[in-house]
Design a protein around this ligand. Sequence first.
Ligand code: PMP
Length: 307
Amino acid sequence: MSTTWGRSLGTVWDRPGARAVPFGSNSMQHGTAVFEGIRCYATDRGPAVFRLDAHLRRLLESARLLGIRHDYDLTRMRQVVLDAARLPGPDDRYLRPVLFTAEPALGVDLRRFRFELAVEVYAMAGPRGGRPEGAAGLRLTVSSWRRPPATTFPPQAKATGSYAVSALARTAAAEQGFDDAIQLDQVTGRVAEATIANVFLVRGGLLTTPWLVDGPLAGITRDAVLVLARRLGVPVEEGPVTVADLRRAQEVFLTGTAAEVVPATEVDGHPLDASGPVFSRLVRAFSDTVRGRAYGELGWLTATSDH
Ligand code: PMP
């Protein structure tokens, strides 16, 4: 099947003359880079970036958490990311700004390195975003690999190195025939999130997502879904979620910039309604929002042509 989902459209470098990152770069060797994933969508009024500033604020926060020194503020980052949004190619795309060091030097004292921004651009075109897997819904398993506790690594820091943990859990799940893994908080043993997405569940009409105490990333799609649910009058709560809660749920779905809002068909063999009423309403509201058909007053879309 031919798909353009995930095909690279190119790289926007902020440093003049930059063409590649040396293999010996500290970020490559030690995973010492922080990053974001941001969607750009085709709308009736041209391409628009979804929640640009929220993503860039989180990138600045990730850098701060790791003690990374750099010369960027929101305005300068916005310019580089919007340049990436305007690279030739389909409007539906995924922007991956990475704040990294190209310096080919060893050591893990990050104060010694100069960090710079570059943005990789990936096409996300096709039906259902062209996603090859999980078109009808995801088969999930609870992973035996837990998320590192907040005392080991701050869950709100999106650092490239920490994604080896997600890769471990996701690969192990795939080896067992599942699409994704649910990871538990190391300390409480409660549900934190999936490997690169947040988790929601519905039981008796109540929408619940794990509270941040249990270590999920404060996902921007998670936040969008909470806001939209409240607007739709769906009762919502952020709270503790156990594995038993997942098993007793009628609907489970994941949210993330890449995944968008995607339902699960099962958790470890326990069947779920992948087209449940709450999921269906939310996925429609989400799609209307990112396509500029509704909720424009939220100010979540930045037209790429206005800048
Ligand atoms: N959790 C993890 C670990 C992630 O990597 C992501 C993707 N950024 C998410 C949740 C979802 O966050 P967002 O909606 O901001 O993409």
